[in-house]
Design a binder for this molecule. Structure first.
Ligand code: SF4
Ligand code: SF4
Length: 377
């Protein structure tokens, strides 16, 4: 692993120290769970946005004393970290922002309010309806007022535009790295790709993050060592988000001889084409338009996910698709039907997996992944 890639593995630890110092100096921290949360608003408020999504099995048993067992492990892990106070990022958060995405998450946020202040944005579930965009614009204005009140700051348009430019820039830089894997051989394996795309969400210093992303992009663009990735089946991972700690399917694909070239999920490419329009007059409208486009399965219908997937199959020269649904995630589970049809229509092998964060099904998953890879011609 290159030195720059190594730096991404230490982002969480480094950020934790910086966040502790910033808090001691009076800066506020806001915890976020989902890509629908406009982190630009938190940055414009002078606070630090931190990613909180649970990717570890460890706190799930504690979560199950309150939440049903038959619930998505991501929700149980997130709540488990909160209720056991074992996530330092949650511990340092002054305020949590949630959204009404899937049913499990929105009901969990109601219970989480007993532990910390949780502010929930009402997310409409239709991309195309004007009324949905109007509601979302109002929700973003409500978030702005809430942050101003809770954090005792003023969020000016100027600060918002500044934050918007920063996040646009970061998104472009991450996309440029992911796009290098369109090459043959790809420059990053799936685990390294995840290390970059997931770990960057923990950075508390955007300027430092830009530097790291740019350096990595330049290093990878001239990388001569990617021959080790040649001739491996190029696999696209779609479905529910994964992170370090819940990456077992990526590991299994790569241990079985495949290579994850791209991830069309929230840990990967799902939001990377989306930019806020800096030509508009109102930064809230620019943010609302961008965030409404996120192709999460909680949207109904969700056409942009299928357009994106279709393009990614071509552009990343994909040989096979693995579609991962976390246990009890109904929306991704049902969309798997349409994803499967789309992939098979392209003449590509498709594997839908349902799993949780435990290691109890590793052998079964491995057998099924090996069978998928054998289908690659
Ligand atoms: S999959 Fe949907 S609910 Fe989950 S983090 Fe992504 S946008 Fe949010
Ligand atoms: S993986 Fe599915 S059930 Fe779990 S939080 Fe995301 S959308 Fe909700």
């Amino acid at each position: 692993m290159s030195a720059i890639l190594e730096d991404f593995t230490s982002i969480r630890g480094v950020s934790l120290i910086k966040i502790k110092e910033a808090k001691d100096e009076g800066q506020k921290v806001v915890g976020i769970y989902c890509t629908y949360c406009p982190q630009e608003m938190i940055l414009a408020a002078g606070a630090i946005p931190v990613s909180l999504c649970g990717t570890s099995e460890t706190p799930i048993a504690d979560a199950e004393t309150v939440l049903p067992r038959n619930l998505c492990p991501l929700i149980k892990s997130s709540y488990g970290f909160a209720v056991t106070d074992t996530c330092p990022f949650f511990h340092f958060s002054d305020l949590i922002i949630g959204e009404t995405t899937c049913d499990g998450k929105k009901k969990m946020f109601e219970i989480m309010q007993e532990i910390k202040p949780v502010y929930v944005m009402q997310l409409p579930h239709l991309h195309q309806l004007d009324a949905a965009l109007e509601l979302w614009i109002k929700e973003l204005r409500r978030l702005r007022s809430t942050l101003e009140e809770e954090l005792d700051v003023e969020i000016s348009d100027e600060k918002l535009w500044d934050a918007i430019r920063k996040v646009n820039h970061e998104t472009m830089a991450v996309k440029a790295i992911c796009d290098l894997n369109k090459k043959n051989p790809p420059v990053l394996n799936g685990l390294d790709l995840l290390t970059v795309t997931w770990s960057r969400n923990f950075s508390s210093d955007k300027e430092e993050l830009f530097t790291m992303l740019n350096e990595l992009q330049q290093e990878l663009a001239t990388n001569q060592e990617s021959e080790a990735n040649a001739n491996k089946p190029r696999v696209l991972l779609t479905g529910c988000p994964v992170g370090l700690g819940s990456e077992k399917v990526i590991r299994l694909v790569e241990e079985s001889g495949g290579l994850i070239v791209a991830m069309e999920n929230c840990s990967g490419y799902k939001t990377l084409e989306l930019q806020s329009d800096t030509e508009l007059d109102d930064p809230i409208i620019a943010l609302a338009q961008k965030y409404m486009e996120i192709p999460c399965s909680c949207m109904s219908p969700n056409p942009y996910r299928f357009e994106l997937l279709e393009r990614m199959l071509e552009e990343f020269q994909v040989d096979a698709v693995v579609d991962l649904t976390w246990q009890a995630c109904h929306t991704y589970n049902i969309e798997a039907f349409t994803v499967g049809n789309l992939v098979r229509d392209k003449g590509l092998p498709y594997l839908h997996l349902e799993s949780d964060y435990s290691s109890s099904d590793l052998e079964t998953l491995k057998v099924r992944i090996e069978a998928l890879l054998e289908m690659v011609v």
